[in-house]
Design a binder for this molecule. Structure first.
Ligand SMILES: [Zn+2]
Length: 206
């Protein structure tokens, strides 16, 4: 965050990116959007203060059925498995952090029937809408599992855009429902982080 701040990167919100892409305009250089998946409590305990100290906003994609519970979908998850509670989410929402859908149950959507997919998409959207009074809705595909039909259903369910984990930068040709991201991992060094954001590439695992 210090690197982004000192190098004069602008932190945008997803809604702003959607407007730019809909208007087929170029995305300003040195612009980033900060997203966090799953809604772990560590966001509240550490990321929040760092982001606030630089005045950066962020979007958190949360599975609404796991709020106040734990990550029980990933057997490999060891530490850091607690998901934020509604009180914590409401607190963060009034401090510049927005919460959007990562389904209800953090399921791999392509394996579900269409009615079950729509239930995951609509119920998570409605839950966040009524709890946080949000008018605009963004989506993040769990485990980056998506296909053309699913993309269509996400649009049908009323979302403005959707994030994948496909590595890379977005430009004016990017599909709003297939936004790419650059994954930053907890053991990334600053050199590795700079390499990722400049060269849009990953070392090894993507
Ligand atoms: Zn996830």
């Amino acid at each position: 965050m210090e690197y982004l701040y000192k190098n004069k990167y602008s932190v945008f919100q997803l809604g702003e990116l959607a407007e730019i892409l809909k208007a087929k305009k170029n995305i300003p250089s040195k612009s980033v959007i900060l997203t966090f998946d799953d809604g772990y409590r560590s966001f509240l305990n550490s990321a929040k203060d760092i982001l606030k100290s630089y005045g950066f906003k962020a979007t958190i994609f949360i599975p609404t059925g796991k709020i106040g519970s734990v990550n029980d979908w990933d057997e490999g998850a060891k530490d850091d498995i607690n998901i934020m509670s509604w009180d914590e989410i409401r607190f963060l929402s009034v401090h510049g952090f927005s919460f959007h859908s990562h389904t209800v149950n953090h399921v791999e959507l392509p394996s579900l029937s269409d009615p079950d997919i729509m239930d995951e998409l609509e119920r998570s959207k409605q839950t966040l809408e009524s709890a946080l009074n949000q008018r605009e809705h963004f989506f993040c595909y769990p485990c980056s599992k998506f296909n053309e039909h699913l993309k269509y259903l996400v649009k049908e369910a009323g979302y403005t855009c959707a994030c994948t984990s496909m590595p890379g930068k977005n430009d004016k040709t990017t599909d709003l429902f297939l936004l790419k991201r650059i994954e930053v991992e907890k053991d990334d060094t600053i050199a590795r982080f700079i390499y990722k954001i400049h060269y849009n590439r990953f070392f090894g695992k993507t």
